[in-house]
Design a protein around this ligand. Structure first.
Ligand code: ADP
Length: 366
C-alpha cells in the first residue's frame, strides 16, 4: 500500500531560488501519475524530494502511512529510474540487476528468483549473461527498470527515462512501461516534458509551471476541460489557438470579438461568461475544432492559407484572418486541392471553444 501525499511542499535552493511554491498533491495507491511541464518547472525537483535526494524546505511528504521528511532514500520504499541509467559496464545484466540485493546481503537463491522474475516481466531473460555494451538502447533501459523491479518498491519514480532513446523506441518503451504498470500494479510517478508521453501513459497528469501545479486530472479531462490558459496551451498538438479578444453583447447574443471578427457564443457558453461582457478575454479553440466551410455562416471566417503541412491522415493548415494567425487540423481528404495563398471559409465549432479571464487566465467557460 503506498499512496504518496505532498502537503504544502516548498523548495528553496541554497542560492535562495524558490523552485517549488507550496505543492499539495495526493497520488493514489497503484496510480500512474505523470508530472509534466516545460523545462525548469520543477518536475525533477519535486520527484527528487519524494525520493529523498533533495531536502524539503517546508511541508511534508508522506509515503504509505509514514511522513518521510527525515527518512533516508534507501528506507523510503522507493526505486528510481533516471534518464542516465548508467549500468555497471563490467557487470553482466544479471549482476547489474542483482547488485542492490547483494548489498542487502539477501540469500543467493532469493536474489536469483527476483532477478529471473524481473527478467521475465521485462522479456530480457535471454540477455542475462550479456554486458551493457552488448545491448541496444532499449534493452539497456529495460535492464535499468529491472534493477528497480527486483527491489519490490512501494513506489517507482521515473525521471525522463526515455529521453535518450530514438523516437520509435520511445513509443515502444512507452507501451512497455504502461504494460509494466498493469503487471506490477504499483504506484508510479513519472516525470516528462513531453505531453504526448504524459497523455498516453498517465492515469492522471499533474501539469506544472514555474514551481506550481496548474491542474491535476485525467488526460481527457485536461484536454477537454483545461482549467486555465496554461494547461489549454500545453496539452494538445498542434496547440490550442489562444487569441486576445473581447466579449460583446448584441441583443440576446454574446459574441467574442477577435481582431475584426465577431463570433457568437452558443447559449450554453454565453451563460457561463455573462459576467465578463465588455471585458478583455482570451479566446481558445483547438485546431481540430475548425473546419473548412462557408465563411458567410454565423461562425465562419474568411482566411488566407499560409502553410499546409500534410501529416498523412490529417493536414495542419496555418491561415491568417485580419492579421490573426490561426491553426486548423483537418482530415487530409478535405485538404486535397487546397493551395497556399488561397482564401477559404473556415467554420469554428463554438460549442468547443474556451474563454479565459484575461488577467487570471482561468477558464470561465466550463
Ligand atoms: P524540471 O525538472 O521541470 O526541468 P528542475 O526541477 O530541474 O526543473 O528545476 C526547477 C528550477 O530549479 C529551475 O529553475 C532550475 O534552474 C532550478 N534549480 C534546479 N536545481 C537547482 C540547484 N541545485 N540550485 C539552484 N537552482 C536549481
Amino acid at each position: 500500500m503506498a499512496k504518496v501525499i505532498l502537503n504544502a511542499v516548498e523548495k528553496v535552493y541554497p542560492n535562495d531560488f524558490k523552485a517549488v511554491h507550496g505543492i499539495d498533491l495526493e497520488i493514489k495507491d497503484k496510480e500512474f501519475m505523470v508530472f509534466v511541464g516545460p523545462s525548469g518547472c520543477a518536475k525533477s525537483t519535486t520527484l527528487r524530494m519524494v525520493a529523498g535526494l533533495e531536502e524539503i524546505t517546508s511541508g511534508t511528504i508522506t509515503i504509505g502511512d509514514r511522513v518521510v521528511n527525515d527518512v533516508p532514500p534507501k528506507d523510503r520504499g522507493i526505486a528510481m529510474v533516471f534518464q542516465n541509467y548508467a549500468l555497471y559496464p563490467h557487470m553482466t545484466v544479471y549482476e547489474n540487476m542483482a547488485f542492490s540485493l547483494k548489498l542487502k546481503k539477501m540469500p543467493k537463491n532469493v536474489i536469483d528468483q527476483k532477478v529471473r522474475e524481473a527478467a521475465k516481466i521485462l522479456e530480457i531473460e535471454d540477455l542475462l549473461k550479456r554486458k551493457p555494451k552488448e545491448l541496444s538502447g532499449g534493452q539497456r533501459q529495460r535492464v535499468a527498470v529491472g534493477r528497480s523491479i527486483v527491489r519490490d518498491p512501494d513506489v517507482f519514480l521515473f525521471d525522463e527515462p526515455l529521453s535518450n532513446l530514438d523516437a520509435k523506441l520511445r513509443v515502444h518503451m512507452r507501451v512497455q512501461l504502461s504494460l509494466l504498470h498493469k503487471k506490477l500494479n504499483t504506484t508510479m510517478i513519472y516525470v516528462t516534458h513531453d505531453q504526448v508521453e504524459a497523455m498516453t501513459m498517465g492515469d492522471r497528469i499533474c501539469v506544472m509551471n514555474l514551481g506550481r501545479i496548474m491542474q491535476v486530472d485525467t488526460p481527457l479531462n485536461l484536454y477537454h476541460q483545461p482549467s486555465n490558459k496554461f494547461v489549454a496551451g500545453f496539452i494538445g498538438s498542434p496547440a490550442m489557438n489562444l487569441i486576445e479578444g473581447e466579449l460583446l453583447k448584441n441583443n440576446d447574443t454574446i459574441l467574442v470579438k477577435i481582431g475584426e471578427v465577431k463570433l457568437p457564443l452558443t447559449p450554453n457558453k454565453a451563460e457561463k461568461v455573462r459576467s465578463h461582457i465588455g471585458k478583455k478575454v482570451w479566446f481558445g479553440i483547438r485546431p481540430e475544432d475548425i473546419s473548412i466551410g462557408d465563411h458567410e455562416t454565423q461562425n465562419g471566417v474568411l482566411g488566407r492559407i499560409q502553410v499546409l503541412e500534410h501529416m498523412g491522415s490529417e493536414t495542419f493548415l496555418y491561415f491568417e484572418v485580419d492579421g490573426l494567425k490561426i491553426t486548423a487540423k483537418i482530415d487530409s481528404m478535405d485538404a486535397k486541392g487546397l493551395q497556399v495563398q488561397e482564401c477559404h471559409g473556415f467554420i469554428f465549432d463554438m460549442e468547443k471553444c474556451h474563454i479565459f479571464d484575461y488577467d487570471s487566465e482561468e477558464n470561465i467557460s466550463l
